[in-house]
Design a protein around this ligand. Structure first.
Ligand code: SF4
Length: 341
């Protein structure tokens, strides 16, 4: 997609020879030089974004040994921006990878009212990727079983998981790829910390709860906003995710807002938090199951990584991006009376 809607550049950016009030228009196309420049800029940005997405997904695949020679990867596609992006980037990497692996896109049509069941088959056919649409009316089951007003998501996702594992067996796949991204992982980390008292995020690679399937999350390093921009650029035919009428998970939404506010105030914080999940120091946490505190003995050997027990730790001072007062979460106006000295 080429965006031609950008405003023209400021006056001082025009070359001297060009008078912006006498912009020439290409007689054949009707395109002005400013519009052409904007389109070129937009193309360059999209190219950079594509490179970044491929690099980050490729890196996650290498770091966690997600895909190996001869793998058959089932890519779960829901019709949302994340899973479209996942499939798109995996297809690009498949074309360039030095190893051979197969991809098969799988969508589960849960028979939610109004689900446009032609969109995904049409898109996947046009893409030329092998695919399978599994139709199972879990919507009616969930509606029947879950009392009105209660959240349906946990039963719905349990049913979906079972069906997808069965489909994976029938298709003979060796890996199941899900479209969770960096921000999903961090949200899960904070949800577990705040509401379950656990330091636990979403793993980039794991064995399924039934012990039979290998689940991978190749978007583990990818920012949600990059997937949004990529979906716009590629004009993916997005299927709305609110068809089931279920309430959005309020806690996840709040944590998402908290992370976005932090990122606005302290650019780069999200990336640092993700890095911290890869830099765990169990000896400096408090879980005796992860570190044997009880039988700890002195070693007489200095540790470069060790705690300076009595010293305060030094951290870089964060650069604060000022937020408008009204946009600061929980901001309240207070009046301070200063007494004359
Ligand atoms: S939002 Fe709807 S489709 Fe998604 S898990 Fe919840 S009930 Fe199921």
């Amino acid at each position: 997609m080429i965006c031609c809607d950008l405003p023209p550049p400021p006056f001082h950016l025009y070359p001297f020879a060009m008078n912006p009030f006498e912009i020439e228009t290409d007689a054949a196309t009707g395109v002005t030089p400013a519009a052409r420049d904007a389109a070129l800029r937009s193309e360059r940005e999209s190219h950079k974004l594509e490179k970044r997405l491929c690099r980050q997904v490729g890196q996650a695949i290498i770091d966690y040994n997600m895909i190996e020679e001869g793998d058959k990867v089932m890519v779960c596609v829901s019709g949302g921006k994340d899973s479209y992006g996942l499939l798109d980037i995996l297809l690009k990497l498949q074309a360039r990878a030095p190893i051979h692996f197969e991809l098969v896109a799988v969508n589960l049509d849960q028979k939610q009212p109004g689900f446009p069941d032609h969109i995904l088959p049409d898109y996947l056919k046009q893409l030329g990727v092998p695919f399978h649409i599994e139709t199972q009316d879990t919507y009616s089951i969930v509606k029947r079983v879950v009392p009105e007003g209660k959240t349906m998501c946990s039963l719905c996702s349990r049913l979906r998981r079972g069906i997808l594992y069965r489909v994976a067996d029938e298709l003979g796949v060796t890996k199941i790829a899900l479209g969770h991204h960096r921000d999903d992982m961090l949200q899960t980390f904070f949800l577990n910390m705040f509401f379950a008292g656990k330091l636990k995020a979403m793993p980039a690679k794991l064995v399924s709860d039934d012990g039979d399937h290998m689940i991978i999350r190749p978007l583990a390093y990818v920012a949600e906003k990059d997937l949004e921009r990529w979906a716009q650029h590629k004009a993916f035919p997005i299927i709305p995710c609110s068809l089931c009428g279920s309430q959005e998970n309020l806690q996840r939404k709040q944590i998402g807002n908290m992370l976005r506010d932090w990122e606005k105030q302290y650019p780069g914080r999200t990336e640092t938090m993700l890095t911290s999940l890869q830099n765990v120091v169990p000896s400096h946490l408090m879980d005796p199951r992860q570190h044997d505190f009880r039988s700890l003995k002195t070693t007489g050997v200095a540790s470069a990584d060790g705690d300076k027990a009595f010293d305060a730790e030094d951290f870089p001072v964060p650069t604060l991006t000022p937020m408008p007062f009204a946009a600061t979460p929980g901001a309240r106006k207070i009046h301070i009376a200063l007494s004359p000295t």
